[in-house]
Write a protein that binds this ligand. Structure first.
Ligand code: EPU
Length: 332
């Protein structure tokens, strides 16, 4: 177990804010986690790669970071394989490993920043695939009584960028392992517009991974250049009547299917139409190639980024009557 007091967080999250935590603890297995949880000074923050966080201030509490990094096959037949992965494994390293092994299911999630544990909380998704589509179960330790619980996929209540760990069980469990079921049979999922144009028919796993990496790199900023947390907002889901009315004013408005009577519209489009694409407030800006992403142009504080987000939300509300919600978690 590694304990760092007064720990700088700048290199430990992707927005690149110059903040510190009173204490950071890295645990390499469940026993270390349990002993670290005992008596830890609150508030507690469970952090993966820090790719979905906005620190508004220094963190006056204890940050926990998993470095559990084992990957084991737990079941296998001719068609599929179940793999148990430590929560501290870097998500894209796991994707690369699956592609190399010839296992299908996570290739569309190539290059998403972050680590395995947090990706299961957030139900990361891209290009027509969400992590819930391949997730079998989650092993987690209770913060309250240190007991271990295994959650089936159904018990995680997955929705769009949502799970039980963001709602009723928020802050109550620490994920230690995630088990995924992957297919050995080719199963390409390449219907998404931006992919179709760059792939040939029957692409290999590696070709799909390469295409996703190309598309992502063309639209999304590299956190090493501009601090960011990927999509800052969720794509809002609105009632169909509201969409029909908007469509009469903006016939070109894009949309995705949602549950019956509702439709999802891209927040990036709403923000661009509101005139914010490429614009800055202080050191925070709306990324010029994808308006859904807010960036740290260098030296931005969390408060500065929040101020930009609040201003964008207010303008989109005024113009479209739609309230955007942050996908990024604000840490006070
Ligand atoms: N659009 C604009 N202007 C913009 C950005 C987008 O008009 O500045 C329009 C595009 O033209 C397109 C539509 O919005 O018609 C959708 O854009 P895109 O394909 O880039 O996807 P998105 O809906 O903006 C979502 C995810 C991304 C994921 C992509 C691809 C959310 C919040 N975001 O973005 O996820 O990579 O789809 O599947 O659902 C992330 O979560 O961090 C993330 C990057």
């Amino acid at each position: 177990m590694k304990i760092i007091d007064n720990c700088p967080l700048k290199e430990r999250h992707t927005f690149g804010m110059d903040v510190k935590a009173d204490r950071l603890i890295e645990f390499a297995n469940e026993d270390e986690l349990k002993s670290a949880l005992t008596g830890a000074v609150k508030p507690l923050l469970f952090m993966g790669g820090g790719s979905n966080l906005l620190f508004l201030n220094n963190f006056a509490g204890t940050v926990f970071h998993s470095v559990i990094d084992d990957i084991d096959i737990v079941a296998e037949d001719d068609n599929s394989v179940s793999v148990r992965v430590g929560s501290g494994v870097v998500w894209d390293d796991f994707v690369a490993y699956c592609v190399e092994k010839g296992w299908w299911g996570v290739e569309n999630l190539s290059l998403i920043p972050g680590e395995v544990g947090a990706s299961a909380v957030q139900n990361i998704g891209a290009y027509g695939v969400e992590v819930k589509d391949v997730l079998q179960n989650i092993e987690a330790i209770s913060v309250d009584d240190l007991s271990k619980r295994i959650f089936t996929n159904e018990e995680c209540n997955y929705g769009y960028r949502d799970s039980i760990f963001k709602n009723s069980l928020k802050g109550k469990y620490v994920i230690t392992y995630v088990t995924y079921r992957l297919s050995k049979i080719a199963n390409p999922n390449i219907g998404y517009g931006a992919l179709k144009s760059v792939l040939t028919e029957n692409p290999s796993l590696q070709e799909i991974r390469d295409a996703i990496i190309t598309v992502r790199n063309s639209k999304l900023p590299d956190p090493k250049v501009y601090g960011n947390a990927g999509s800052f907002f969720m794509n809002p889901v609105i009632p169909m009547e509201q969409f029909v009315e908007l469509q009469s004013r903006y016939p070109e408005i894009p949309s995705y299917p949602a549950s019956e009577g509702y439709i999802k519209v891209p927040a990036g489009w709403l923000i661009e139409k509101s005139g914010w694409k490429g614009k800055s407030l202080g050191n925070a800006a709306v990324y010029e190639k994808q308006a859904l992403v807010l960036i740290n142009r260098g030296g931005a504080t969390g408060m500065e980024v929040k101020h930009l987000a609040d201003t964008v939300i207010a303008d989109v509300q005024k113009i479209f009557g739609i309230t955007l919600h942050a996908e990024v978690n604000y840490i006070e």
